[in-house]
Design a binder for this molecule. Sequence first.
Ligand code: 5GP
Ligand code: MG
Ligand code: MG
Length: 181
Amino acid sequence: MTQRPYVVDQMISAKSIAARIEALCSAIQTEFSDTDKLIVVGLLRGSFVFIADLVRELDLPVEVDFLEASSYGDGMESSREVRILKDLRGGIEGRDVLVVEDIIDTGFTMKHVLGLLKARKPHKLRSIALLDKPSRREVDVKADWTGFEIPDEFVVGYGIDFAQRNRNLPFIGKVRFTDPD
Ligand code: 5GP
Ligand code: MG
Ligand code: MG
């Protein structure tokens, strides 16, 4: 399949993301102030840049683990069916856990992952999403902390891809197709 030509228009600058992460981290630190060692669970692959910045801003002892859930494939539409492609390496029973997601869209992925992790009986389970598109929600789920609420646009950058491209952009931008149609 050949890719339709597109450009990426900046929506949220690297500087705004960094400032927002600072604010979020002070709230997270308060929430986990008496936690022995927090397990930060990144949802692959879209959250890898966010989690890297987040854990470096957190002044707490942390462990990092990853979970890969699939819903999108390479397209632009959610499949609404969530599969676990890679599970956590470690157990979370009795532990304090923070799930880190790039975007909550329809909500299927976050709802499924939180249900799965809750069944493993963590002591405390919280979640954070860098981006939230509330207008797209199909199931009732909300992260405990959200970086930015955005409109219904397809976004890339800062770890987030379009068909595996643009993950390395330092900012968040929206995809704008440039071919005449
Ligand atoms: P949900 O299950 O909430 O519909 O979808 C969540 C996942 O879909 C996100 O973790 C993300 O991987 C993907 N997704 C949702 N919106 C976008 C978007 O605008 N751009 C990209 N690249 N992925 C998105
Ligand atoms: Mg994702
Ligand atoms: Mg993707």
